[in-house]
Structures are given as structure tokens and as C-alpha cells.
Design a protein around this ligand. Structure first.
Ligand SMILES: [Zn+2]
Length: 143
């Protein structure tokens, strides 16, 4: 799987700032995440990554995911009692966990709403990040 030039640049910059270098495996795992933005688990990323890089190991995939999360390119999404999922969408957004299908969807959150939520904090508190998640049922598709 090939990484688009802009994504490759973003990866190189983010890794560089974290004093890490870009490797073929990191590029590959990032490309897998960008290719299908359905919040896969590490096991799912591993299965996808192997189709075009059969030599990659699960441990390497875990390490790559950890690096991508630590350098801020990917968000780790935790849902109660479920394995972590990974999301390359860096805009402020909420997640909708569809209890029927198990899917996790991105829900855009307007900036003014985020600003409003941050105003709820007592004086002196500063939020670096807000995690918003919904649990419920998405409409069943008629397709
Ligand atoms: Zn997401």
C-alpha cells in the first residue's frame, strides 16, 4: 500500500518532531489506517497490513500504532470492554458507537461547540482534548 505524498510528508514531520524516523512499516500501517477509515482494531490493522506486506508481525503493527498515536497522527479510541481502535481523523470529532453493528463512526463537532464545552470547566482548568462519544443505534440502511 502506498502513502500519498501529503500523508508521507505529514508522517515524516510528525515522526521527526518526536525524534523518530519513518520506516517502511510505519508508512505501511499509516497507509492502512488512511485507506479505510472505519476505526479498526490492532488485529484488523494487522490483517489488512499483511495482505500487501506479508512479513509484518503483529508486534510490529502494535509498535507502529503506538508510535503513530504518540506522535499525534492517530487517535486511540477506547470503547468500554473492547479492544482499542485507531482513527487517523485529526479534526475535532466525536464518535458514534453503533450498538447494532458495532461500527464506530466519526461525527463532526463544530468548533464553537467545543469552545462552549471548554467553558464548562472551572476557572484555571485547561483541556487539551475533549473526548465525546455517543452510544446508540444508527438507522438501518435500506440499501
Ligand atoms: Zn474517529
Amino acid at each position: 500500500m502506498k502513502l500519498a505524498t501529503t500523508a508521507k510528508r505529514a508522517l515524516g514531520e510528525a515522526l521527526g518532531q518526536a525524534k523518530q524516523r519513518s520506516t517502511r512499516q510505519r508508512e505501511h500501517v499509516f497507509a492502512v489506517l488512511l485507506d479505510k477509515r472505519d476505526h479498526p482494531t490492532a488485529d484488523e490493522v494487522y490483517a489488512r497490513a499483511r495482505t500487501t506486506m506479508p512479513t509484518i508481525s503483529l508486534a510490529t503493527v502494535y509498535n507502529c500504532l503506538e508510535t503513530l498515536v504518540s506522535c499525534g497522527l492517530v487517535r486511540q479510541v477506547n470503547i468500554e470492554r473492547e479492544p482499542s481502535r485507531y482513527c487517523p481523523n485529526l479534526r475535532e470529532h466525536a464518535h458514534f458507537h453503533d450498538l447494532r453493528s458495532g461500527r464506530v463512526l466519526d461525527i463532526d463537532v463544530p468548533t464553537d461547540l467545543i469552545t462552549g464545552l471548554k467553558r464548562l470547566l472551572p476557572a484555571g482548568y485547561e483541556a487539551e482534548h475533549i473526548e465525546l462519544s455517543f452510544r446508540g443505534k444508527a438507522p438501518t440502511s435500506k440499501a
